[in-house]
Write a protein that binds this ligand. Structure first.
Ligand SMILES: Cc1cc2nc3c(=O)[nH]c(=O)nc-3n(C[C@H](O)[C@H](O)[C@H](O)COP(=O)(O)OP(=O)(O)OC[C@H]3O[C@@H](n4cnc5c(N)ncnc54)[C@H](O)[C@@H]3O)c2cc1C
Length: 436
């Protein structure tokens, strides 16, 4: 690829933040200025991955093609995984792309940039726990979520077979980490397993035969949120027969069990790791400051120590407030940062002097889904500045609206509405959980 005169903004990572920035910037300036690179061909809103894992959301219907979005929104999409960035030469190096039969689809390539925005997100952090990478599944990508779903289906069929042979059998699912991901997954799994029984696995009693255990190291689940939210979520999980263990630190994982720091054994047939994050390791090789979880250290304007390199979302360590804190890894943060970076990127493309700006995060609260009809959340009153506690169906509906708002930011009102209506109608002709 050759360098052209047009100022090139290259955004790496088309997730919650990067895609929104690419779409809005592309609409203004077009594909010769705006490039989006992603290692996946389809975009999925990451907070839905627990639904993909439970089989209640079909990734083949949910994903949005980056190639389609590029055409509609006026950016250039480059399919491939970034292996390295040569900051001196101002170019990124992409790995070759292979098909599942190992046929090379795209060769290794380079892509020049004038301004680079890193939006590569994060993945699960196993904190060096022995056996975790080998035996636990982390919901970092659609592939991992699908892998979990297929293993769950397999285990459910096996359990059903054993029960129909009158053998005593219990399927044990262990979830490590009682943050939003672990809590949402536990509740979603409870409902999905009950639904699966409708479709032929009728020797199983989902409540009795499927044991879901959520293990959390802190003394309460959702420890980053208010104690009131933790208590409400714990109650909802317990009501659904999910065993919640707090102050339990998982020390090692084996093929059929988890062990805590006191060597207490928890049998598991399936294990999910949802206890903490880290940014991709290649960020530590750029010659720019990173923190202990590989996040790129940026200032309040999302700039790294290289004036042409910015970072946003989960892969960036951004200062927050006066007490030396940093912004949390949340979709809400990534979305607001995309909006913040838009005028800055526009000025760079237009060759204007870039105004000094500081990113101000506006916390609108947090919502956690606890199954399809329940949720808990705290909402920050925009006018009053007060924190409102919400729960039940209202909280769940508000949670669902976050997904719609993400689509709205990318696709606009009409397409989001028709997509949502289409999905609603399609649902009526399909099983509630994906069975193949
Ligand atoms: C199961 C689950 C539930 C969650 N629930 C919530 C919730 O309810 N509310 C909330 O606010 N947050 C939630 N989160 C967190 C939220 O998803 C993230 O904070 C948010 O997606 C971060 O956005 P991002 O743009 O930084 O990165 P991401 O959305 O993770 O996107 C990163 C993109 O970069 C691409 N990429 C990565 N490495 C490379 C590479 N080397 N080369 C090319 N492309 C690359 C990836 O393919 C991906 O498309 C949840 C996360 C998970 C996993």
């Amino acid at each position: 690829m050759t360098h052209t005169e047009a100022h090139r903004v290259v955004i790496i990572g088309g997730g919650a933040g990067g895609l929104e920035l690419a779409a809005k910037l592309g609409q203004k300036f077009g594909p010769q200025h705006v490039f989006l690179v992603d290692k996946a061909g389809d975009h999925i809103w990451k907070p839905s991955l627990h639904e993909v894992a439970a089989g209640t959301l079909d990734i083949h219907r949910e994903g949005l093609s980056y190639f389609m979005l590029a055409k509609d929104k006026g950016f250039t999409f480059i399919f491939g995984e970034v292996a390295h960035i040569d900051r001196e030469a101002r170019r990124i190096l992409l790995e070759p792309v292979f098909s599942d039969q190992q046929i090379e689809i795209f060769p290794a390539r380079t892509l020049p940039f004038d301004t680079l925005v890193l939006a590569v997100g994060s993945k699960s952090n196993f904190f060096g726990t022995p056996g975790a990478a080998e035996f636990a599944i982390a919901l970092d990508s659609t592939e991992e979520a699908e892998r979990f779903r297929l293993r769950l289906l397999h285990q459910l069929v096996t359990a059903n077979q054993k029960k129909s042979d009158h053998a005593s059998y219990q399927l044990n699912i262990g979830i490590v980490g009682g943050g939003a991901t672990g809590v949402e997954l536990a509740a979603e799994l409870r409902e999905a397993c009950a639904d699966a029984v409708f479709y032929g696995l009728n020797s199983l009693d989902p409540q009795e035969d499927i044991q879901i255990t959520l293990l959390e190291g802190a003394d309460r689940i959702l420890s980053a949120l208010s104690p009131k939210m933790s208590a409400a979520a714990q109650q909802l999980l317990t009501d659904r027969g999910i065993s919640v263990k707090t102050s339990v630190r998982v020390a090692r994982i084996e093929a059929d069990a988890l062990y805590d720091s006191n060597d207490v054994r928890y049998p598991v047939d399936l294990c999910v790791w949802a206890a903490g994050i880290e940014a991709p390791a290649f960020l530590t090789l750029l010659g720019l400051p990173t923190n202990r979880i590989n996040q790129l250290v940026v200032d309040g304007g999302l700039r790294s120590s290289d004036p042409s390199v910015f970072a946003m979302g989960d892969c960036a360590q951004v200062p927050w407030g006066e007490q030396g804190q940093f912004l949390p890894a949340k979709a809400q943060v990534a979305h607001q940062q995309a909006v913040f970076l838009l005028p800055i990127m526009a000025e760079r493309i237009q060759g204007k002097e870039v105004q000094a700006r500081q990113f101000q995060f506006r916390d609108y609260g947090s919502l956690v889904s606890v199954g399809h009809t329940r949720g808990v959340g705290s909402l920050m009153g925009v006018l009053t500045g007060k924190n409102w506690f919400v729960q039940g169906l209202l909280a769940r509906m508000m949670y669902m609206s976050l997904h719609l708002m993400h689509h709205f930011a990318i696709l606009g009102f009409l397409r989001t509405t028709s997509l949502a209506l289409g999905r609603l109608l399609m649902k009526r002709g399909r099983p509630r959980v994906k069975l193949h």
